[in-house]
Write a protein that binds this ligand. Sequence first.
Ligand SMILES: Nc1ncnc2c1ncn2[C@@H]1O[C@H](COP(=O)(O)OP(=O)(O)OP(=O)(O)O)[C@@H](O)[C@H]1O
Ligand code: SF4
Ligand SMILES: [Mg+2]
Length: 330
Amino acid sequence: MHPPLLSVKALTTTFRTESGVFPAVDSLSFDVAPGEVLGIVGESGSGKSVTALSILGLLPDPPGRIASGSIRFQGREIVGMSKSELRALRGPSIGMIFQEPMTSLNPVFRIGDQIIETIRAHEPVSKAQARQRAIGLLDRVGIAMSERRLDDYPHQLSGGMRQRVMIAIALACSPRLLLADEPTTALDVTIQAQLLDLLRDIQRETNMAVVIITHNMGVIAEFADRVLVMYAGRLAEQGTVDAVFTTPRHPYTQGLLASTPSLEREETRLATIPGVLPQLTETLPGCRFAPRCARRSDACLQSKPPMVDTGQGQLAACFHWDVSAPGAVP
Ligand SMILES: Nc1ncnc2c1ncn2[C@@H]1O[C@H](COP(=O)(O)OP(=O)(O)OP(=O)(O)O)[C@@H](O)[C@H]1O
Ligand code: SF4
Ligand SMILES: [Mg+2]
Protein backbone atom coordinates (compact mmCIF):
# COMPACT_ATOMS: atom_id res chain seq x y z
CA MET A 1 0.00 0.00 0.00
CA HIS A 2 1.46 3.38 -1.08
CA PRO A 3 1.32 6.31 1.33
CA PRO A 4 -1.38 8.72 0.16
CA LEU A 5 -0.43 11.49 -2.26
CA LEU A 6 -2.97 13.80 -0.64
CA SER A 7 -4.29 13.37 2.87
CA VAL A 8 -7.04 15.62 4.19
CA LYS A 9 -7.78 15.22 7.90
CA ALA A 10 -10.67 16.84 9.79
CA LEU A 11 -10.65 19.88 7.49
CA THR A 12 -12.98 22.66 8.59
CA THR A 13 -13.19 25.75 6.40
CA THR A 14 -15.36 28.62 7.59
CA PHE A 15 -16.83 31.77 6.09
CA ARG A 16 -17.49 34.93 8.04
CA THR A 17 -20.93 36.36 7.30
CA GLU A 18 -22.98 39.20 8.81
CA SER A 19 -24.59 36.73 11.22
CA GLY A 20 -21.44 34.93 12.33
CA VAL A 21 -18.81 32.41 11.28
CA PHE A 22 -20.10 29.18 9.69
CA PRO A 23 -18.43 26.02 8.34
CA ALA A 24 -18.76 25.50 4.58
CA VAL A 25 -16.64 22.36 5.01
CA ASP A 26 -17.01 20.57 8.34
CA SER A 27 -14.50 17.96 9.63
CA LEU A 28 -13.85 16.47 6.20
CA SER A 29 -11.32 13.63 5.91
CA PHE A 30 -10.18 11.69 2.85
CA ASP A 31 -7.06 10.42 1.10
CA VAL A 32 -6.06 10.27 -2.55
CA ALA A 33 -3.59 7.55 -3.56
CA PRO A 34 -1.02 8.10 -6.33
CA GLY A 35 -2.67 7.50 -9.71
CA GLU A 36 -6.16 7.32 -8.23
CA VAL A 37 -9.23 9.08 -9.65
CA LEU A 38 -11.40 10.37 -6.83
CA GLY A 39 -14.79 11.90 -7.57
CA ILE A 40 -16.44 14.42 -5.25
CA VAL A 41 -20.18 14.74 -5.79
CA GLY A 42 -22.98 16.68 -4.13
CA GLU A 43 -25.64 19.29 -4.83
CA SER A 44 -24.82 22.94 -5.39
CA GLY A 45 -23.54 24.51 -2.17
CA SER A 46 -22.33 21.27 -0.58
CA GLY A 47 -18.76 22.52 -0.19
CA LYS A 48 -17.03 20.86 -3.16
CA SER A 49 -15.33 23.98 -4.51
CA VAL A 50 -14.46 25.22 -1.03
CA THR A 51 -12.68 21.88 -0.48
CA ALA A 52 -10.71 22.34 -3.72
CA LEU A 53 -9.86 25.97 -2.95
CA SER A 54 -8.70 24.98 0.54
CA ILE A 55 -6.31 22.39 -0.96
CA LEU A 56 -5.00 24.86 -3.52
CA GLY A 57 -4.55 27.72 -1.04
CA LEU A 58 -6.93 29.84 -3.12
CA LEU A 59 -9.69 30.58 -0.60
CA PRO A 60 -10.94 34.14 -0.66
CA ASP A 61 -9.48 35.09 2.74
CA PRO A 62 -11.34 36.92 4.24
CA PRO A 63 -14.16 35.85 4.42
CA GLY A 64 -12.95 32.24 4.04
CA ARG A 65 -10.43 30.58 6.37
CA ILE A 66 -9.18 27.09 7.17
CA ALA A 67 -10.25 26.99 10.80
CA SER A 68 -8.77 23.59 11.66
CA GLY A 69 -7.50 20.34 10.23
CA SER A 70 -4.63 19.23 8.08
CA ILE A 71 -3.96 18.87 4.35
CA ARG A 72 -0.79 16.97 3.51
CA PHE A 73 0.52 16.66 -0.04
CA GLN A 74 3.36 14.15 -0.49
CA GLY A 75 3.72 14.26 3.28
CA ARG A 76 4.10 18.07 3.48
CA GLU A 77 1.58 20.12 5.40
CA ILE A 78 -0.18 22.67 3.20
CA VAL A 79 -2.20 24.40 5.93
CA GLY A 80 -0.17 27.37 7.11
CA MET A 81 2.14 27.48 4.05
CA SER A 82 3.09 30.95 2.83
CA LYS A 83 1.58 32.33 -0.37
CA SER A 84 4.86 31.82 -2.24
CA GLU A 85 5.18 28.18 -1.08
CA LEU A 86 1.61 27.56 -2.24
CA ARG A 87 2.31 29.20 -5.59
CA ALA A 88 5.31 26.92 -6.06
CA LEU A 89 3.11 23.90 -5.34
CA ARG A 90 0.40 24.86 -7.84
CA GLY A 91 1.43 23.93 -11.36
CA PRO A 92 4.33 21.51 -10.92
CA SER A 93 2.71 19.45 -8.13
CA ILE A 94 -1.00 20.20 -8.24
CA GLY A 95 -2.60 21.22 -11.53
CA MET A 96 -6.10 22.66 -11.67
CA ILE A 97 -8.96 23.13 -14.10
CA PHE A 98 -12.05 25.13 -13.25
CA GLN A 99 -15.48 25.35 -14.79
CA GLU A 100 -15.32 28.61 -16.69
CA PRO A 101 -12.27 28.93 -18.90
CA MET A 102 -13.00 32.54 -19.86
CA THR A 103 -12.29 33.56 -16.27
CA SER A 104 -9.19 31.37 -15.99
CA LEU A 105 -7.53 32.34 -19.29
CA ASN A 106 -6.35 35.91 -19.47
CA PRO A 107 -8.30 37.52 -22.34
CA VAL A 108 -5.52 39.96 -23.27
CA PHE A 109 -2.73 37.41 -23.82
CA ARG A 110 -2.27 34.93 -26.64
CA ILE A 111 -2.87 31.34 -25.49
CA GLY A 112 0.66 30.31 -26.53
CA ASP A 113 2.18 32.96 -24.26
CA GLN A 114 0.00 31.81 -21.38
CA ILE A 115 1.19 28.21 -21.74
CA ILE A 116 4.82 29.28 -22.23
CA GLU A 117 4.72 31.56 -19.18
CA THR A 118 3.27 28.76 -17.05
CA ILE A 119 6.13 26.46 -18.03
CA ARG A 120 8.80 29.15 -17.54
CA ALA A 121 7.38 30.20 -14.16
CA HIS A 122 8.33 26.79 -12.81
CA GLU A 123 11.14 25.43 -14.98
CA PRO A 124 14.45 26.95 -16.18
CA VAL A 125 13.86 26.44 -19.91
CA SER A 126 14.36 28.83 -22.83
CA LYS A 127 11.42 30.48 -24.56
CA ALA A 128 12.03 28.35 -27.66
CA GLN A 129 12.02 25.12 -25.61
CA ALA A 130 8.85 26.18 -23.78
CA ARG A 131 7.24 27.02 -27.14
CA GLN A 132 7.99 23.53 -28.45
CA ARG A 133 6.47 22.07 -25.29
CA ALA A 134 3.38 24.27 -25.75
CA ILE A 135 2.91 22.95 -29.30
CA GLY A 136 3.19 19.37 -28.02
CA LEU A 137 0.67 20.08 -25.28
CA LEU A 138 -1.87 21.59 -27.68
CA ASP A 139 -1.43 18.54 -29.95
CA ARG A 140 -1.97 16.27 -26.96
CA VAL A 141 -5.25 17.94 -25.99
CA GLY A 142 -6.53 17.59 -29.55
CA ILE A 143 -6.14 21.11 -30.90
CA ALA A 144 -5.48 20.97 -34.65
CA MET A 145 -2.86 23.23 -36.30
CA SER A 146 -1.41 23.78 -32.86
CA GLU A 147 1.49 25.95 -33.96
CA ARG A 148 -0.87 28.48 -35.55
CA ARG A 149 -3.26 28.34 -32.61
CA LEU A 150 -0.54 29.53 -30.23
CA ASP A 151 -1.10 33.06 -31.56
CA ASP A 152 -4.85 33.05 -30.90
CA TYR A 153 -6.49 34.99 -28.12
CA PRO A 154 -8.99 33.14 -25.88
CA HIS A 155 -12.04 34.80 -27.50
CA GLN A 156 -11.04 33.32 -30.87
CA LEU A 157 -11.65 29.80 -29.54
CA SER A 158 -14.87 27.91 -28.82
CA GLY A 159 -15.75 27.01 -25.22
CA GLY A 160 -14.61 23.42 -25.76
CA MET A 161 -11.28 24.57 -27.26
CA ARG A 162 -10.68 26.98 -24.38
CA GLN A 163 -11.23 24.14 -21.95
CA ARG A 164 -8.71 22.05 -23.92
CA VAL A 165 -6.23 24.91 -23.52
CA MET A 166 -6.94 24.95 -19.77
CA ILE A 167 -6.18 21.24 -19.65
CA ALA A 168 -2.93 21.89 -21.55
CA ILE A 169 -1.95 24.59 -19.02
CA ALA A 170 -2.85 22.32 -16.10
CA LEU A 171 -0.66 19.56 -17.56
CA ALA A 172 2.20 21.86 -18.59
CA CYS A 173 4.39 21.01 -15.60
CA SER A 174 3.35 17.33 -15.32
CA PRO A 175 1.56 17.58 -11.94
CA ARG A 176 1.13 14.46 -9.80
CA LEU A 177 -2.39 15.59 -8.87
CA LEU A 178 -4.98 17.31 -11.03
CA LEU A 179 -7.90 19.04 -9.33
CA ALA A 180 -10.73 19.42 -11.83
CA ASP A 181 -13.73 21.39 -10.52
CA GLU A 182 -16.73 20.86 -12.83
CA PRO A 183 -14.34 20.87 -15.80
CA THR A 184 -17.01 20.20 -18.41
CA THR A 185 -20.23 21.56 -16.91
CA ALA A 186 -20.54 24.66 -19.07
CA LEU A 187 -20.16 22.69 -22.30
CA ASP A 188 -22.64 20.74 -24.40
CA VAL A 189 -22.90 17.01 -23.74
CA THR A 190 -20.94 15.84 -26.80
CA ILE A 191 -18.01 18.12 -25.98
CA GLN A 192 -18.26 17.11 -22.30
CA ALA A 193 -17.92 13.45 -23.26
CA GLN A 194 -14.94 14.17 -25.54
CA LEU A 195 -13.13 16.12 -22.83
CA LEU A 196 -13.77 13.47 -20.18
CA ASP A 197 -12.38 10.84 -22.58
CA LEU A 198 -9.34 13.04 -23.16
CA LEU A 199 -8.77 13.50 -19.42
CA ARG A 200 -9.18 9.79 -18.83
CA ASP A 201 -6.62 8.95 -21.57
CA ILE A 202 -4.11 11.43 -20.20
CA GLN A 203 -4.68 10.15 -16.65
CA ARG A 204 -3.97 6.58 -17.77
CA GLU A 205 -0.86 7.58 -19.76
CA THR A 206 0.68 9.64 -16.99
CA ASN A 207 -0.72 7.82 -13.95
CA MET A 208 -1.45 11.25 -12.47
CA ALA A 209 -4.00 11.28 -9.63
CA VAL A 210 -7.19 13.22 -10.35
CA VAL A 211 -9.80 14.72 -8.05
CA ILE A 212 -12.85 15.42 -10.19
CA ILE A 213 -15.65 17.53 -8.76
CA THR A 214 -19.12 17.26 -10.25
CA HIS A 215 -22.79 17.29 -9.38
CA ASN A 216 -23.35 14.50 -11.88
CA MET A 217 -23.34 10.87 -10.74
CA GLY A 218 -22.99 9.81 -14.39
CA VAL A 219 -19.59 11.54 -14.61
CA ILE A 220 -18.51 9.76 -11.41
CA ALA A 221 -19.61 6.37 -12.80
CA GLU A 222 -17.64 6.93 -16.03
CA PHE A 223 -14.54 8.46 -14.63
CA ALA A 224 -13.79 7.79 -10.97
CA ASP A 225 -12.37 4.85 -9.02
CA ARG A 226 -13.64 6.09 -5.68
CA VAL A 227 -16.25 8.66 -4.67
CA LEU A 228 -16.92 11.09 -1.82
CA VAL A 229 -20.55 12.17 -1.48
CA MET A 230 -20.77 15.54 0.25
CA TYR A 231 -23.85 17.04 1.84
CA ALA A 232 -23.98 20.56 3.32
CA GLY A 233 -20.24 20.66 4.03
CA ARG A 234 -20.00 17.18 5.50
CA LEU A 235 -19.04 13.81 4.14
CA ALA A 236 -22.20 11.70 3.73
CA GLU A 237 -20.57 8.63 2.23
CA GLN A 238 -17.36 7.42 0.65
CA GLY A 239 -16.25 4.21 -1.01
CA THR A 240 -15.29 2.65 -4.30
CA VAL A 241 -17.55 3.60 -7.19
CA ASP A 242 -18.58 -0.05 -7.51
CA ALA A 243 -19.61 -0.31 -3.85
CA VAL A 244 -21.34 3.06 -3.61
CA PHE A 245 -23.31 2.51 -6.83
CA THR A 246 -24.35 -1.07 -6.03
CA THR A 247 -24.95 -0.71 -2.28
CA PRO A 248 -25.38 2.99 -1.43
CA ARG A 249 -25.76 3.19 2.37
CA HIS A 250 -26.59 6.83 3.00
CA PRO A 251 -30.16 8.00 2.22
CA TYR A 252 -28.72 11.04 0.44
CA THR A 253 -26.59 8.89 -1.87
CA GLN A 254 -29.63 6.71 -2.52
CA GLY A 255 -31.60 9.83 -3.45
CA LEU A 256 -28.83 11.10 -5.75
CA LEU A 257 -28.66 7.76 -7.53
CA ALA A 258 -32.43 7.56 -7.89
CA SER A 259 -32.36 10.96 -9.59
CA THR A 260 -29.58 10.02 -12.03
CA PRO A 261 -30.74 9.13 -15.54
CA SER A 262 -29.80 5.59 -16.44
CA LEU A 263 -29.76 3.86 -19.81
CA GLU A 264 -30.74 0.58 -18.19
CA ARG A 265 -33.76 1.89 -16.32
CA GLU A 266 -37.03 2.53 -18.07
CA GLU A 267 -38.70 5.15 -15.88
CA THR A 268 -39.52 8.28 -17.75
CA ARG A 269 -39.72 10.45 -14.63
CA LEU A 270 -36.76 10.68 -12.34
CA ALA A 271 -37.13 10.71 -8.59
CA THR A 272 -35.88 13.89 -6.96
CA ILE A 273 -34.88 14.46 -3.38
CA PRO A 274 -37.60 16.63 -1.82
CA GLY A 275 -36.47 19.82 -0.05
CA VAL A 276 -33.31 21.89 -0.34
CA LEU A 277 -29.86 22.03 1.21
CA PRO A 278 -29.76 23.97 4.51
CA GLN A 279 -28.27 27.47 4.28
CA LEU A 280 -24.68 27.91 5.40
CA THR A 281 -25.96 29.97 8.33
CA GLU A 282 -28.47 27.32 9.52
CA THR A 283 -27.14 25.46 12.52
CA LEU A 284 -28.60 22.00 13.12
CA PRO A 285 -27.52 19.98 16.15
CA GLY A 286 -28.09 16.63 14.46
CA CYS A 287 -27.78 15.27 10.94
CA ARG A 288 -27.85 18.05 8.36
CA PHE A 289 -29.82 15.83 5.99
CA ALA A 290 -32.56 15.17 8.59
CA PRO A 291 -35.06 17.77 7.29
CA ARG A 292 -35.14 15.93 3.94
CA CYS A 293 -34.73 12.35 5.15
CA ALA A 294 -37.65 9.92 5.18
CA ARG A 295 -35.67 7.62 7.47
CA ARG A 296 -34.90 10.08 10.27
CA SER A 297 -35.56 9.23 13.91
CA ASP A 298 -35.31 11.37 17.06
CA ALA A 299 -31.64 10.42 17.39
CA CYS A 300 -30.96 12.01 13.99
CA LEU A 301 -32.27 15.38 15.22
CA GLN A 302 -30.26 15.35 18.44
CA SER A 303 -26.68 14.50 17.52
CA LYS A 304 -24.37 14.35 14.57
CA PRO A 305 -24.30 10.82 13.10
CA PRO A 306 -20.93 9.08 13.42
CA MET A 307 -18.97 7.90 10.39
CA VAL A 308 -19.54 4.13 10.23
CA ASP A 309 -17.53 1.57 8.27
CA THR A 310 -20.34 -0.34 6.57
CA GLY A 311 -17.98 -2.97 5.19
CA GLN A 312 -14.88 -3.11 2.98
CA GLY A 313 -13.91 0.44 3.79
CA GLN A 314 -17.19 2.00 2.63
CA LEU A 315 -18.07 4.77 5.09
CA ALA A 316 -21.46 6.35 5.77
CA ALA A 317 -22.42 9.10 8.21
CA CYS A 318 -25.85 7.78 9.16
CA PHE A 319 -27.49 6.30 12.26
CA HIS A 320 -29.71 4.08 10.14
CA TRP A 321 -27.47 3.05 7.23
CA ASP A 322 -28.40 -0.62 7.71
CA VAL A 323 -32.15 -0.07 7.26
CA SER A 324 -32.35 -1.42 3.72
CA ALA A 325 -35.31 0.39 2.16
CA PRO A 326 -35.12 4.18 1.93
CA GLY A 327 -38.01 5.64 3.88
CA ALA A 328 -38.55 2.49 5.96
CA VAL A 329 -38.40 4.43 9.24
CA PRO A 330 -40.71 7.43 8.80
N1 LIG B 1 -16.88 33.69 -0.89
C1 LIG B 1 -17.83 33.16 -0.13
N2 LIG B 1 -18.43 33.86 0.87
C2 LIG B 1 -19.39 33.33 1.66
N3 LIG B 1 -19.83 32.05 1.53
C3 LIG B 1 -19.27 31.30 0.55
C4 LIG B 1 -18.26 31.81 -0.32
N4 LIG B 1 -17.91 30.81 -1.18
C5 LIG B 1 -18.67 29.74 -0.85
N5 LIG B 1 -19.49 30.05 0.20
C6 LIG B 1 -20.46 29.15 0.81
O1 LIG B 1 -19.87 27.90 1.06
C7 LIG B 1 -20.79 26.85 0.81
C8 LIG B 1 -20.16 25.83 -0.13
O2 LIG B 1 -19.96 26.44 -1.40
P1 LIG B 1 -19.21 25.70 -2.60
O3 LIG B 1 -18.91 26.75 -3.59
O4 LIG B 1 -18.06 24.90 -2.08
O5 LIG B 1 -20.32 24.72 -3.13
P2 LIG B 1 -20.20 23.66 -4.33
O6 LIG B 1 -20.46 22.32 -3.74
O7 LIG B 1 -18.92 23.85 -5.06
O8 LIG B 1 -21.45 24.06 -5.21
P3 LIG B 1 -21.61 24.17 -6.84
O9 LIG B 1 -22.04 22.79 -7.27
O10 LIG B 1 -22.69 25.18 -7.00
O11 LIG B 1 -20.31 24.60 -7.41
C9 LIG B 1 -22.05 27.50 0.26
O12 LIG B 1 -22.99 27.58 1.29
C10 LIG B 1 -21.60 28.86 -0.16
O13 LIG B 1 -22.64 29.79 0.01
S1 SF4 C 1 -31.38 8.33 8.79
FE1 SF4 C 1 -30.86 9.96 10.21
S2 SF4 C 1 -28.62 10.04 10.24
FE2 SF4 C 1 -29.23 8.91 8.41
S3 SF4 C 1 -29.32 10.47 6.84
FE3 SF4 C 1 -31.40 10.26 7.63
S4 SF4 C 1 -31.53 11.86 9.18
FE4 SF4 C 1 -29.34 11.55 8.73
MG1 LIG D 1 -18.46 24.50 -6.98
